[in-house]
Design a protein around this ligand. Structure first.
Ligand SMILES: [Zn+2]
Ligand SMILES: [Zn+2]
Ligand SMILES: [Zn+2]
Ligand SMILES: [Zn+2]
Length: 156
């Protein structure tokens, strides 16, 4: 099951001169600027609402931020850390975006799942592998398959 992304809108408010200054959730200082940001039911300096990963100012990037595990993240980092690459073509489970994957054509595989689906041989960098009927095959099994096909009696 894929969970829905959690995203929060960012509001930009102008500070009313007659209300007492709000504390910034980022630096804990009072906000005396003309504008402040409101996100996650807290108030922030424009400079203090930043992505925990890349430090980009979220008030500028767009109007949404993402939170997970007490981190405030921009969309790009959120997807990089918590998004998914896709389903593994071998075991059909989801692959989280931060995991290393093997790719063959449009298919993605867990590193652990990337092996010949007939003899389970794993591949090293530089090894040849073949993709046939959406199955990963080692060279031996691929060539064996070709031979069998080649020698199969022609049905008329
Ligand atoms: Zn601040
Ligand atoms: Zn970021
Ligand atoms: Zn897999
Ligand atoms: Zn094999």
């Amino acid at each position: 099951m894929q969970k829905k992304e959690k995203s929060f809108g960012i509001q930009m408010l102008s500070v009313q001169p007659d209300t007492k200054p709000k504390g910034c959730a980022g630096c804990n200082r009072k906000i005396k600027d003309r504008y402040l940001l409101k996100a996650l039911d807290k108030y922030w300096h424009e400079d203090c609402l930043k992505c925990a990963c890349c430090d980009c100012r979220l008030g500028e990037v767009g109007s949404t931020l993402y939170t997970k595990a007490n981190l405030i993240l921009c969309r790009r980092d959120y997807l990089r850390l918590f998004g998914v690459t896709g389903n593994c073509a071998a075991c059909s489970k989801l692959i989280p975006a931060f995991e290393m994957v093997m790719r063959a054509k449009e298919n993605v595989y867990h590193l652990d799942c990337f092996a010949c689906q007939l003899c389970n041989q794993r591949f090293c960098v530089g090894d040849k592998f073949f993709l046939k009927n959406n199955m990963i095959l080692c060279q031996t099994d691929y060539e064996e398959g070709l031979m069998k096909e080649g020698y199969a009696p022609q049905v008329r």
